[in-house]
Design a protein around this ligand. Sequence first.
Ligand SMILES: *Cc1c(COP(=O)(O)O)cnc(C)c1O
Length: 375
Amino acid sequence: MIPYGKHSVSEEDVRAVTAVLRSDWLTTGPKVEEFEKAICEYTGASDGVSVSSGTAALHTAVYAAGIGKGDEVIVPPMTFAATANAVLYQGGRPVFVDVDPDTLLIDVAKVEQKINDKTKAIISVDYAGQPCDYDALRKLATDHHLFFISDACHSLGAEYEGEKVGKQADISAFSFHPVKGMTTGEGGMVVTNRHDVAERSRLFRNHGINRTFKERAAKETWYYEMVDLGFNYRLSDIQCALGISQLKRLPAGLKRRRDVASAYDDAFSQQELVKPLGIVPYGVHAYHLYVVRVNTKMTTRAKFFASLRSQGIGVNVHYIPVHLHPYYREHLGTKKGMCPVAEEAYEQIVSLPMYATLTDDEVHSVVEAVGKAGS
Ligand SMILES: *Cc1c(COP(=O)(O)O)cnc(C)c1O
């Protein structure tokens, strides 16, 4: 079976991790800051705060935004549930705004219609690895005094107007889960250009314990103060060492993903059964996912999916629109019809195999299997 996504761990990665295991620091040591600095250097953001997952990064971002009970936060439905869940964790209410039919990125024109007195923030999602229209979203956020969070879990290494994703929003969240562009096993990071936002994020990932008090009371080294309710969301030195090593290979991995995408694009331009998603004019794709829409006049998505699986191609579907999950229906009263573009797309989308170690032969097998699925 060719899976839809796959991590790659090199011998150098293994050596980097075992070196930490033989060192004095397994967590809160020097590798943490080194990894944060490396991600900042790569993305161009000024501060990075590593956390234990992409979900923890989103939760941290929502906390940093100051979201609390009764606050509304705009989110797209075409994402992993964690994007909207992060709002619920802090007592806020996710408000779903539909996506663009071509790219499945949040439809900026529809955002303003959902802004009211309770709206406090926007979370955009760089679906599949393409940057959202950051300038347009930034303008909306500024005009309406909203905090702007980017769920960039798909788009580490993507570019917006010639610059890496990570410094366009007030805060951006990355994931280092094994299916993402690079991995730390589990892990995540928020990056920001705002020092106040970085400080709030550091507080939150460490139980709400204020370090500046500790520094002030330097003579009494046992002293600290917990000033807000935080979590233990720390990423260990073991994981950060893997991250530092993986980041070195990220550019080569992105290049391979882009080459695979253009091979798919070429092959699928010759047929009618599947159509790749649209490409934004202002950015460079990170291809976390390669998503096609199945032509439902020719077959059903269920038949297409089953045919590919039976031919040994590990396709998947990203995503069930968040507002259709039973938890959301029961607790927020969301239902079918609220985001018709995402709902229609959901009936048609399939993610094809896409990862850095996918070979030309495997790409060929996927293309052939797609051809057979239509006959
Ligand atoms: C992977 C992902 C997350 C969650 O990341 P974890 O590291 O698995 O917690 C959140 N949002 C999106 C869009 C993702 O793809």
